[in-house]
Structure formats: C-alpha cells, structure tokens
Design a binder for this molecule. Sequence first.
Ligand SMILES: *[C@@H]1O[C@H](CO)[C@@H](O)[C@H](O)[C@H]1NC(C)=O
Ligand SMILES: *[C@@H]1O[C@H](CO)[C@@H](O)[C@H](O)[C@H]1NC(C)=O
Length: 793
Amino acid sequence: MANSLRTNALKFKLLDIIFLLSASNLVFGQIHYSIREEMDPGTFVGNVAEDLGLNIRKLSARKFRLTSADRRKCLEVDLEKGILVANERIDREQLCGQMPACVLSIEIVIEEPLEMYRGEVEIIDINDNSPRFPESSILLQMAESIAAGARFPLESALDPDVGTNTVTDYKISPNEHFGLKVQTAEDGTKTAELLLEKPLDRERQSSFQLVLTATDGGDPQRSGTARIVITVLDSNDNAPAFEHEVYKVSLIENSPKGTPVVTVHASDPDEGPNAEVTYFFGNRASQKVQDLFSLDPRTGEIRVEGLLDFEEASSYSLDVHAADSGSPVIAGHSKVLIKVIDVNDNAPEILLTSVTSRVPENTVPGTVTALINVIDRDSGENGQVQCQIPKNIPFKLQTLSNNHYKLITSGLLDRETVPKYNIPVLAWDSGSPPRSTNKTIQISVSDVNDNAPRFSRPSYTVYVMENNAPGASIFRVTAFDADLDQNSYVSYSFKGNLQNPPVSTYLDINSMNGTIYALRSIDYEHLKNFQIQVQARDAGVPPLSSSATVNVIILDQNDNAPLIVSPSARSGSAAAGIVPQSAGQGYLVTKIIASDADSGQNARLSYQVLKATDPSLFTVGRSSGEIRTIRGIVEQDATTQTLVILVKDNGQPSLSSTVTILFSISANVTESFSESSNLVRTLETVSDLNLYLIIALGSTSIIFLAIIIFLIGIKCKQDGNITEGYNSPICCYRLEDSNDVFTRNSVPKDSSNYCGQTVPDTSRYMVCLSPESSKSDFLFLKPCNPALSQEQR
Ligand SMILES: *[C@@H]1O[C@H](CO)[C@@H](O)[C@H](O)[C@H]1NC(C)=O
Ligand SMILES: *[C@@H]1O[C@H](CO)[C@@H](O)[C@H](O)[C@H]1NC(C)=O
C-alpha cells in the first residue's frame, strides 16, 4: 500500500514541477496540484512545504495554515510532513457539477514573516457515474397513420461526469419499425430522436417496448437504460368485414312475424369507436324488402317483419352494410340471399275463358261450351292441379294442355227435360293437405222447336144440347207445347178437309184459345153427332202441329109432343070405334099408336084415360096403349061411350097429346072378333092413308121380328167369343143400315156405358136384346159388354 501511494505521489510531483516552472513568473508563485476525485481521506495531494521551499521543522512555529474559500475543508495540510492531503472523499460532481474543469483555490499562509501563497487543486474527474435517464420509462403515443420518417425527441440521459465520461452515445434495441437519430448540440451534449422508419399498423402490433441505452465514453464504459413504451393509437383504417360475403338462408313462406332469419356479423379490427359496428340495409334494398325484414343495427339479427309470400317473390337479396363509428366512417358490405320455400297456401283458381252460356238443345255432342284455365299460384306439388266435373251430366272435360280444359257436351240435350245446367267444376292441387276450389258454370239450354203442340187428349167428346144458342161457346180444346216462347205459342184451327162439309157451318174455333163456338142452333132430330178434327200449330220456324178429334154428340131435348097416329080423328071431331055387346072382360077394343120425334125418355110414351063416360068400363094399357074392357058390357050401359086418352112422353117437362074416341056398343058384332079383324074393323073408320100406314107398320114389324130371330141364331154362334164369359144371356149386334126405328135412341147420361155410340164413318148402332124385353123395349139401348165399348173408344 505504501508503495502504491508513493508511486502516486511521484507521479503528481512531476506534474507539479512542470506546473511550477510555468508559474514561476507569478508574484507569489502559484502552486498547482491535482487529485482525482473519490480518493480516500488522507490521500496525498502535494508536498507544499517542499514546493515552497519551506523548512518542515519550522512549519508549526511559523503557523503554517491553509485558508480556503472552501468551507467544506475537503483538503488540509499535514504540518509534520508539510504535505497537502484530502481531508475527505471528494466528489467532483458535487463540488463542481458539470463544470468542465473543477479547480479548488487554496491559500497557504505562514507567519514570521507573513507570507501568503496561492495555489490550485484541480479535482480530476473519474468515470464514476453512469448515464441515467430521468424516468425509467418513456411513454410515447403515436397514431398508426403517421408516415415513415417522423421523429420523436427523446429525453436525454444524464451523466454527471464530464468530458468523455459523460453521455457519448445512444442505442436502441433492435426492432422493425424504429431507428434512432443521435445529434450533438453545440455544447457537445448528445440528444437522441426516435425515428419511424416503417409505418405502423395497430392492428398488427398495437404497442412496442424498446430499450434505450445511453453510454458514456469513460473507461470502463458505463451505460444507463430506459424503457420506451410506444402505444400505437388506432386510426379508422379498417372497414368492418363480414364473416361471409354472402349469407344463404331458406325460409318457409308465411313464417310468422319475428321469426329469426339469420344473424350477420362483421368484425372491425380497429379499436374503440372505430370498431363499433352498426348494421343497416343498403340503399338498394327496396322499401318492400325493408318492410318484410328487420335488421337489428347492433346485433345484426335479421327477422321476418312482414308476410312472406312465395307467390310474390321466391327469393330476396338483401344488401347488408356494416359501418363503424370512426371518423370518417368506413363500411363493409355483404349480401343475404333468402330463398322462400313454398307452402300450399293457395287454392287453385278456376278461370273461365269464353263460356257459351246458351247452348241450343239440338247441339251435337262434342260441342265446346267453355274453356277453363286452372291456376295454382303455388309451385311444385302444391301447384299441380286436377280438375273434374260430375259424371251424371251430358258434359265432360277434355284436357287441352297443361291446366287448360274445354268443357264439351257429351250427350244430347233436351231443354224440356233440363233447361239449365249448373255444372260444378272442382279443382284440387296435390299439396299436403290439398286445397280445392269449385266453381259453377251455368249453361242454359236454349229452345229449339222440337215439340209439337199436344192436345190434352187424343179425342174429345162434346155433348151439345140441341136448340143451343147460336154463338155460345160449347167447348174448349187446349194443346200444350213443351217448347218455349214462340215455339210454344199455339194457334188452333179446324183441319181443312172436313168429312162432312155442312158440319163446318155449325162450328167455329177461336184460334187463340181453342174455344169452340156453335154458329147456329142444332136440331137433334136432324143431326145427332159428327166429328171434326182440330189442329194445334205452334209459331216456331218451321212450325209443328198435331191434331185431335172432337166428337160432337147432340143431346135430345123434349121439344116434340107425342103424335097420335091411330086412331086418327078427322080434324075437329073424335075418332070412332065399335064395341060388340058381347065383349067380355079384358076385351081389346083398340090400340092407340102414337109416336114422338124425340128420343129416349122424351119419346117414351105413356097412356092414361083422361075422361070417360063410364070410367068403370074401359082402361088403357099404360105403356101399350091398348084399350080394353074392365068388365063385360051389360044392358044398362049407354050405347055410346066417349073416351079421352092422354098420351104423354117422359120428358122433363113432359109433352102430351089427347085423343077422343067415340065407341058405339053394337049387338051385331060377334064376340069371336079377332084382334086383327077387330083392328081392321076399327080401321074401317080411319082414313085410307092411316090404314096403309098401319098395315105397313104391322108387316114391317113381323118381318123385322123374323129377321131378328134369325140373326140371333146365327150371330150368337159366330160371336160366341164376344159373349163368352158374359153372364147375362145378351148378345150384341152391329146392324148396318138399320131401320128408322132404331135411330130413335135414348142417350144415357153416362156415355161410358153407352155402347150404342156411333162409329165414325158409318151409321152403325149397337142394339142390345134381352129375352124378357117387351116389344117396345126394342127401342131402348141398354148397356152391354163393357169390354166391347172400351175397345171402340
Ligand atoms: C263447392 O263450394 C261450395 C261453397 O263454395 C261448398 O259448399 C261445396 O261443398 C263445394 N263443393 C265441393 C264438391 O267441394
Ligand atoms: C177466348 O178468346 C175470346 C176472344 O178473345 C174470349 O172472348 C174468350 O173469353 C176466351 N176464352 C177463354 C176461355 O179464355
């Protein structure tokens, strides 16, 4: 240790001498020493005594002392050795700060004689301080958008040392973006600036931590570091980006309001407001689309808002934008494709194109009456339609092409049967569940004149009382025409070629309503029946007609009084007769013969005694007209007897005639007077004409009886089939060209039982005979075989 000190002292001694030589010219001489800072206390600084040439032993006597402006007394003198030593550890930086040269002025004073010496002690800097930054971290914020080349001044590091021991250089930890620019100020101090060499991207690296190192030039070199923390500030340099360029979704039509469709999401790598994304529909989205869908601006959720109708649009394309809240705003774009899935929500529609609503009834089968188009707005199965009409009508559907049909007639139409068809057309689709529609097509069948007028009956029988009032209607025929309107307007007429021309003079017909009028009064005694044909004709084009037979039967009226044929009286006088005295009881005196031009009951005559001289003597057969004696004639009876006979018919009211007969009772006439001779004798008094008439009548009757009996025999054999099974032994005959007698028929009220009805073209009569009929009964026609009368009608 002592050796090292010695070496140090030697070294400084040498320096001092050089210094002294250069300062020897100064008045009191200058001493100059130097010492390095931070030396231990007691370190030798300079041998003052020797350098000033002072005697060491006298030093304390001469009060050798150091007077210094330095109040800290960091130096002192060793009186025994006459040297200057460090009193304490000297810190140059504390003493002199950043002064480049640190010099302590010293004054050394000795007395006896008083002498003062000045000197300097230079404190030599050693590199005992490291560069130090004022803050251990340097916080920097820089926008990511700044351009390369930008510079950021950094706080300098401090190093209290001076000279080369102070900061001489800065360095920065290696990195991609930053460099360092070191500058030297005029005073030699170094400053550093951070240089942005490559642009920043916050999204790639949002902060940097760099180490800044300051080094000094000392030996050994010392250094100090600081952290540079760089925060990159966000610039709105990124658009929000959607996860997908296109979102594809499917959605069932008619999805209820609020159904979520899809949630779009866009991310923005920026920060803060620059990354706050709001969603909205693009400008191109139509109002319609915006009404149908809603987009939550914050969450990006798209929901159904309106009614989705596949038939209106089967897909939607939504432009979706996402914008951040930076300044300026940057937006990102995406598309949402929504495919609408069809649901069978539409029933088929039936469109009728061209309907022939009126079809003539004579339309031939296969005629097109309507064209039908069936539409279903759904698609696929939901839109596949079938069409059908009922089978039980004379119409059918024919497929024209897809969903087009024609309705054609498939059978004959008859307006009179079905005037109108309501054809329900049913259409249904193949959806599940299927939907159906029906529509009714109304087709009217228009009339064609295909029906002739029809009379209510094929033939009519009209009974007309004779002596009818001329001009009165007697009957009305009606014919019905099943057609319509003009085709059904019926007019009536008599059919031209009347068989019995005079008949046409009797009747007339109202062409409008078929009323038949009698033109004149008809006399039954002249005309008993006749037939006419009536014709009904419609107004169609061409017209159709039909005819019916009208049988006119004249009914008898009691308009003829009985006519007494025999005995006949000369006008104004009575008829005369002779009765033999010998005539006994029941003697046939005479027979009254009378006729009545009427028929039936009107011609049925009855006889009665109206007045008699002796009512007890004669009587008249009520129906036979035979006058007979009631008793034998006695002496007392008057020889002349007057008898008034009333002959009356059975009409209502009845008509009558009277005949007065004068009988002479004569004794000369024999009792055995035969009926015929009696008759002949009575006839003696009648006129020749009457006689002939009676003879003719009588003989005719006999011949007629014979013929009848003969005919009965034959006919009953021949027509056995007719009478077979018929209980009563009655036979019916047809007699041709019968005698006048048989025309005097009585007409029963019920014509259905009247088998004596005339056969049209000939004057044939049916006569019924019964065995018990009296002779006069021949005049009456009786009901007979009903089967036969039916057949005749
Ligand atoms: C046709 O429609 C009517 C009402 O529109 C309905 O009453 C009828 O049942 C339908 N017919 C068919 C066969 O569907
Ligand atoms: C028929 O027509 C005539 C003339 O128009 C009329 O006088 C008569 O009353 C009609 N008869 C009937 C039954 O309508």
